[in-house]
Write a protein that binds this ligand. Structure first.
Ligand SMILES: *[C@@H]1O[C@H](CO)[C@@H](O)[C@H](O)[C@H]1NC(C)=O
Ligand SMILES: *[C@@H]1O[C@H](CO)[C@@H](O)[C@H](O)[C@H]1NC(C)=O
Length: 333
């Protein structure tokens, strides 16, 4: 386990991704059925901003998934085969095209495309992008979607850049000054999930957002396919990091809206009450879970990953415990 901890901690080398791994004994928070003895579903993982699919930390996560559910095929989603280019694509690109590419990669993958379903894990922005995949194509279909520190309701502030991160600094000026221009919406990834609920900004978001306003079904015309596809999930589990200061607001990870200091939880929002995305439907069947975990952004405790792999992934025919559903009442931050 010491080696695993060392590998996981390499996730911290990625810009904006911090990780402190505390090895601990395997937890038994989610007891499994005894008859879950067939092959686990494949797992697809979408990494975050500033990371790349060949990072050692991701390989360690994949290894842990296989340790817990032996025989798991793990597919690390990537936009480019070259690791450096894949990292660049976390900052630069048009999300419509990126999601289309992932849809076609997965649909043509020899094993994934024949699986009855897959499980999915999204780190940070990878979480809302996986939701985009589910809503727009969902072939192969996702069974359990787990997101960690994601920006489901967007960000209202852009993250600051690390010293010497030229790529980040290069886009930041343009991003801040020109969020809604089609150049920025077509090229800069974080701008495509920028969302400020104050009325003037919100109108511009509805008009110009290239990604989030669409996948959140916020425009007047609702895409019923998005809702139908989301309702097929057996689990949608959203983790936020309790001391996250990288994602502003961190409550975005629970699909909450933050207006100044006022937090409107998902269940009090029209998006939920009018069920634009099937989230209410998922909630009523006990499939929607709001979870939190200690520490700052992407503080990936090994026990956290173990709980997720044990609780939500594994064989196709497994039954999910209702532990999570009972525990899904929104918690105080
Ligand atoms: C992003 O790409 C799609 C598909 O190519 C295109 O239709 C859309 O206009 C692009 N978005 C922007 C803001 O240019
Ligand atoms: C919060 O929402 C209220 C009512 O919609 C609005 O009047 C107010 O300007 C908003 N406050 C901020 C800080 O955006």
């Amino acid at each position: 386990m010491a080696r695993l901890a060392a590998l996981l901690s390499l996730l911290a080398t990625a810009t904006l991704v911090r990780s402190l791994i505390v090895p601990a004994p395997r937890s038994n928070a989610f007891p499994r059925d005894d008859d879950d003895n067939d092959t686990p579903l494949p797992l697809i993982i979408w990494h975050g901003l500033g990371d790349n699919y060949q990072a050692d930390g991701l390989a360690a996560v994949a290894k842990l998934a296989d340790d817990i559910n032996p025989g798991t095929l793990v597919y690390l989603i990537h936009i480019e085969d070259d690791a450096g280019a894949d990292r660049t694509a976390t900052f630069l690109g048009n999300l419509t095209e990126q999601i289309d590419k992932v849809c076609s990669d997965l649909a043509s993958h020899p094993i994934l495309s024949t699986a009855p379903a897959v499980d999915a894990l999204g780190f940070s922005q990878g979480g809302q992008f996986l939701r985009g995949y589910i809503e727009r194509c969902n072939f192969p279909p996702v069974r359990s979607l787990v997101t960690m520190g994601s920006q489901h309701n967007g960000i209202s502030e852009f993250q600051s850049c690390g010293d010497g991160d030229w790529l980040c600094k290069g886009w930041q000026g343009l991003l801040r000054s020109n969020t809604w221009s089609s150049l920025v919406q077509n090229r800069l990834v974080p701008a495509q999930y920028f969302r400020d609920p104050n009325p003037d900004e919100y109108a511009r978001y509805l008009e110009s957002s290239n990604f989030l306003a669409d996948v959140n079904n916020e425009r007047a015309e609702k895409n019923v396919k998005y809702k139908n596809n989301m309702e097929k999930l057996e689990k949608f589990v959203m983790y936020i990091f309790e001391d996250d200061v990288t994602v502003v607001p961190k409550e975005s990870g629970w699909f909450a809206e933050v207006n100044g200091t006022e937090v409107t939880m998902l269940r009090d929002r029209d998006l939920y009450k009018e069920d634009w995305l099937g989230l209410k439907t998922l909630d009523k069947k006990g499939a929607l879970e709001f979870k939190s975990t200690p520490g700052g952004h992407m503080n990936l405790l090994q026990t956290l990953l173990e709980d997720v792999f044990t609780g939500y992934y594994g064989p196709y025919g497994r039954k999910f415990s209702t532990f999570g559903a009972e525990n899904s009442l929104q918690q105080e931050l």
